[in-house]
Every structure is written in structure tokens, then in C-alpha cells.
Write a protein that binds this ligand. Structure first.
Ligand code: PEP
Ligand code: MG
Length: 570
């Protein structure tokens, strides 16, 4: 089976099917005198699930990403909502039916209401309602509410239709070997958690939950997005070898953690980490990253109903700056909008959200939000080596407005005698083809540039990066993409300003040499990729690369680029 691999590595183990309680719901009538007893049974199930969720929240390991807590809280909120905890009781009494059926009826109504919603993010929240209802139904059906598996069963592969974040937290304690799901895109909650769990995982397998049986032997290749069910002896031994190879590779990579990233000809390359929450700094340091090249601050604004104020933001930014102990920390200003909505309830719906009011456009449209964030970043700059990064610039006038806003924030702090780094550097993200074509002008006005290849590819090739139906067309090797990336790097070098790549291309070790050949000296990526990219750097010689890369750049056919890239990596 093929799906979308969201976390690399290979696992071999026995399938454990996560119960799909909703499919088991029966419908039966009750005599009137038993109705209140049924209502009580329903109330007790709600109490049990509430206690379970609260216990999960209490037991969250300190290392768990902050969003995990937020997910559990959201489920608790849904559970306490009258729409779910009260209305089913009326249904039991009115329709003289069993509690499971009443709850399922209620859920179907709610899901239908969610489906009417135009905004995709909000529409998808129906999954949270379904996950909460599943929990209650499992209790009503007498299933153990927590996954009852023994510690020693570590080679277990979870097969689920979908996974709730609350489930994933329990899974963390059980140390599963891998998990696979039928639904979910690379940017779903499941994907976010998978990366933090650091086990092979695949989503969007469509029918895995129906086709795989409990206890069947399966192989999960997270790197290729492939699942093999009941492998024959030869396949199994081949994958076991690959798995050993992968693990050995990970161990070997750790040896270069403290090695400086220098090419064979002596050029120093900076390998920075991308982080989403302050807690990610630990992983960045463990991987030997020499700075934070992209701190995606919008995650602080997500999965909550209120907005973080200046103080809360200041504390988060300061925590990262202090933890990095003087190493650079590049804080990107809010990149909300499109698929990343702060409050889905109030999000404006629009036909093409990726082309709408997002990132710097949104910040300039909401000056108070931007002002608060700029003040928080400036205040934190007194405690470390902080740089500001502005996302999704497309015109110089946006940059001028952003500078005006920054000046305003600085002045307000000076008036209050609050210290900040007066020389704080300001960089811009090149994510829109227009900005790449205009890179020289941007480079002149900024202290540094950073190429966001995820969006640059999306906008260059007109492919929605969150839409799995066009995912096969999304390619970093498209000649137009390569030309825009190279052109931006060249323009920045000409202007004498530092430039980095912070999109996924920077963390793909297959592309390291290509980017080095383009002149890139600074890469920023998910911490898990730092060591593999470093190994490539250590084995590369720049003078040779520059020539080979020029040849790749002259090719217009994507199919001819692939073999040349392979040759470059030999
Ligand atoms: C990018 O677009 O490449 C990028 C780094 O930003 P994000 O993935 O957060 O949109
Ligand atoms: Mg981006």
C-alpha cells in the first residue's frame, strides 16, 4: 500500500487495529421504565472519558510539545459542550433508544453541520468531534478506554482510520514501532505529532484499516510511504537488513554531532534548525544545530481561543534566545492565514486562501497584532542573539510598511526605557516568485534573506501544498524552481548579504550538494535532518560542484535532471 510518509525510518511488527467503535454501534429500543437508567449510563460514560482525558493531560511528559496539551483541552471542551453531553439524553428519552445510538445520531447531526462550513480548517474540526464521540462509545461498549497493551510489545504497529492527538500521547508511553492511518495530510495534526514522536509513520493510506487484520505482520517504510502486509521471507529479510542499516546509519550520524560542518575545501557551512515551539530547542541542540534559522511563531497562536499577549510572547521568545546561549535565533513574524488559522471560529473564508490575507499581508492589515509581536520580539532581543524574519514578502512597499511598524515598536519601547537590541537584524523570506525575481532589490533593503521553498514551489508551480491530489506534481527539481532558487542566492551574494534556505529543500540531503553548488552557505531544517545534511557537507568539494551544478541549471526537462542529480551525489 502507498501513502504519504510523514516520518522516516523502517519498522517491522504486528498490526494492532485501533478500534473503530463507531462501526459497532447497534440500535435498539428500550422500555420507558429503563430510560432513566440509560441516561445514567450515558452520564457515567461522559464522566469516565472526562477523567481519562484529564489524566492524560496531567501525565503529559514535560518534553511533550505544547500543542499536545491544547489538543487534549479541545477534546475536553467538546466533551463538556451541551451539544454533546446533554442533547443525547433528550434523544434517548424522545426516541426510547440506547445511549450509543443517541450519541451517534447527535454526532451525525453535528458532522453534517460542520460539513456545511466553507472554511476548510474549521470544517476539518469535525474530526475532533468524531474522536471524542468514539471515546465515549468505546466506554459505553465496554472497551477499555485506554489502549491496553503491554510494555514489552514494542514491535507493534498501530493501524488506525485516524488518530486523535490524545491517543498519540498514550502511544508515546507505549513506545510503538510505527503508526499508519487511512486519512490525514502531511500538515494534519497527526503529522505534527508523528514528527515529534520520531517513529516511522504514514498517512493517507485510504483503506489500511479495512484491509489489514489484527496481528498480521507488516512492514512500514516511512521514508518511501510504503506498507507491506504479510511479506514473504525474502522481502522480510531484505527490509530487516534495510532497518538495521537505517538504525546503524542513525547511530553513525550521531558521531558527527560535534564536528564542524566544513566542506572538503574548507568552507564553513551553517546548519540551523527550524522550530515551532520553545521546547523544540532541546532537539535542535541535540542535533548540533548552530542556530535557529526559522522559529515559526504562529504555532503559539493556534489551537486556542484567545491570542497570546505581549508578555506571553516575550516569555516564549526569551526562552528560546536564552536556551540557544548567544547562537542566532531567527524569529519569523506571524505567518498566519491559509491553512494556519489562529481561531478557526472567526476565520474569514475565501476561495484561494493561500493567495489571500496571510503572513505579512495579515500583519499589516492587523497593525495591533503586529505591533504586539514586534514589541515582544524586540524585548526578547535583549536576552540573546535574535533576528527578525518577515514572511511572504511580495513588494517592497510591504517591506517599507513593516520597517515603519518596527520603528514604531522600537520608539514605544524607548519611551518606556525598555532595553532591546538597537541593531537587531531584519531579514525577509523569499517565497513568492515575484520576490525571487526581485531578490536583488529585497537584498539591498534587508540584512539577510531566507528562501521558503515550500511556498516558493507552491506558488511557482501553482500546486496547493496541502492538497494530496496534486502532491505528485509538487517537485523541488522543476527547472523553474531551481532557477528561481539559484537566482535568489546569486542576487543576495551580489548584494553582499547572507542568505539561507529554510524550506524542506534545505533538509533533504539529496539536494545539499545542489544547493551548495548554487552558492548556499546557510541551511535551516527540521532538527532530525541536520546530521544527514552535515555528512553531505563534509563529503563535498565546492569547486567541483559549481561546474556540475551549472550543467543541471541549463536543463529544461525535469526528467533529465534526476539522473544528473544522482551523479552529483556519487
Ligand atoms: C516555506 O514556505 O518554505 C517555509 C519555510 O515556511 P512554511 O513552511 O512555514 O510556510
Ligand atoms: Mg512559507
Amino acid at each position: 500500500m502507498h501513502g504519504v510518509g510523514i516520518s522516516s525510518g523502517i519498522a517491522v511488527g504486528r498490526a494492532h487495529l485501533v478500534s473503530h467503535a463507531l462501526l459497532e454501534v447497534a440500535h435498539y429500543q428500550l422500555p420507558k421504565h429503563l430510560l432513566e437508567q440509560e441516561v445514567l449510563r450515558f452520564e457515567q460514560a461522559i464522566v469516565t472519558v472526562k477523567a481519562d482525558l484529564e489524566s492524560i493531560r496531567r501525565q503529559l511528559p514535560a518534553s511533550a510539545p505544547a500543542e499536545m496539551g491544547a489538543f487534549v483541552s479541545t477534546h475536553l471542551m467538546i466533551l463538556s459542550d451541551k451539544a454533546l453531553s446533554e442533547v443525547p439524553k433528550d434523544i434517548i428519552r424522545a426516541e426510547l433508544c440506547n445511549a450509543e445510538w443517541a450519541l451517534k445520531q447527535r454526532m451525525d447531526d453535528l458532522v453534517a453541520q460542520f460539513e456545511e462550513i466553507e472554511d476548510e480548517y474549521l470544517r476539518e474540526r469535525k474530526q475532533d468531534v468524531v474522536q471524542v464521540v468514539e471515546r465515549v462509545i468505546k466506554v459505553l461498549l465496554g472497551h477499555p478506554s485506554q489502549v491496553a497493551l503491554k510494555e514489552q510489545e514494542s514491535a507493534i504497529i498501530l493501524v488506525a482510520h485516524d488518530l486523535s492527538p490524545a491517543d498519540a500521547i498514550q502511544f508515546k508511553q507505549h513506545r510503538f514501532a510505527a503508526f499508519i492511518t487511512d486519512v490525514g495530510g502531511a500538515t494534519s495534526h497527526t503529522a505534527i505529532l508523528a514528527r515529534s514522536l520520531n517513529i516511522p509513520s504514514i498517512v493517507a493510506l485510504h483503506h489500511a484499516r479495512d484491509l489489514i487484520r489484527d496481528n498480521e505482520l507488516i512492514i512500514v517504510d516511512g521514508s518511501q510511504g510504503v506498507v507491506i502486509v504479510n511479506p514473504d521471507k525474502d522481502t522480510l529479510s531484505e527490509y530487516k537488513l534495510r532497518q538495521e542499516g537505517w538504525e546503524l546509519e542513525q547511530q553513525k550520524l550521531k558521531r558527527i554531532k560535534l564536528t564542524k560542518a566544513v566542506t572538503l575545501d574548507g568552507t564553513v557551512i551553517e546548519l540551523y534548525a527550524n522550530i515551532e515551539i520553545p521546547e523544540d530547542v532541546a532537539q535542535a541542540k541535540a542535533a548540533g544545530a548552530t542556530g535557529v534559522g526559522l522559529y515559526r511563531t504562529e504555532f503559539l497562536f493556534m489551537n486556542r481561543r484567545d491570542s497570546p499577549g505581549e508578555e506571553e510572547q516575550f516569555k516564549a521568545y526569551r526562552k528560546v534566545a536564552e536556551a540557544m546561549k548567544g547562537l542566532p535565533v531567527t524569529i519569523r513574524t506571524l505567518d498566519l492565514g491559509a491553512d494556519k488559522q489562529a481561531n478557526p471560529d472567526t476565520a474569514r473564508s475565501c476561495a484561494n486562501p493561500a493567495l489571500g490575507l496571510r503572513a505579512i499581508r495579515l500583519c499589516l492589515a492587523e497593525p495591533q497584532v503586529f505591533h504586539t509581536q514586534l514589541r515582544a520580539i524586540l524585548r526578547a532581543s535583549h536576552y540573546g542573539n535574535i533576528k527578525i524574519l518577515i514572511p511572504m514578502l511580495s513588494t517592497l512597499s510591504e517591506l517599507r510598511q513593516a520597517y515603519l511598524m518596527l520603528d514604531r515598536a522600537k520608539q514605544s519601547l524607548r519611551r518606556e526605557n525598555i532595553l532591546f537590541d538597537e541593531h537587531i537584524q531584519v531579514g525577509g523570506m523569499i517565497e513568492v516568485p515575484a520576490a525571487a525575481l526581485n531578490a536583488e532589490a529585497f537584498a539591498k533593503q534587508l540584512d539577510f534573506l531566507s528562501i521558503g521553498t515550500n511556498d516558493l514551489i507552491q506558488y511557482t508551480l501553482a500546486i496547493d501544498r496541502t492538497d494530496e491530489t496534486v502532491a505528485h506534481l509538487y517537485s523541488p527539481l522543476h527547472p523553474a524552481v531551481l532557477q528561481l532558487v539559484e537566482m535568489t542566492i546569486r542576487a543576495c551574494i551580489k548584494a553582499g548579504k547572507p542568505i539561507s534556505v529554510c524550506g524542506e529543500m534545505a533538509g533533504d540531503a539529496r539536494l545539499t550538494r545542489l544547493l551548495l553548488g548554487f552558492g548556499l552557505r546557510q541551511f535551516s531544517m527540521h532538527p532530525a535532518h541536520v546530521l544527514a545534511v552535515k555528512r553531505q557537507v563534509l563529503q563535498s568539494s565546492l569547486p567541483k560542484l559549481t561546474l556540475d551544478v551549472r550543467k543541471i541549471l541549463s536543463i529544461q526537462d525535469i526528467d533529465k535532471i534526476e539522473p544528473l542529480l544522482q551523479k552529483l551525489n556519487l
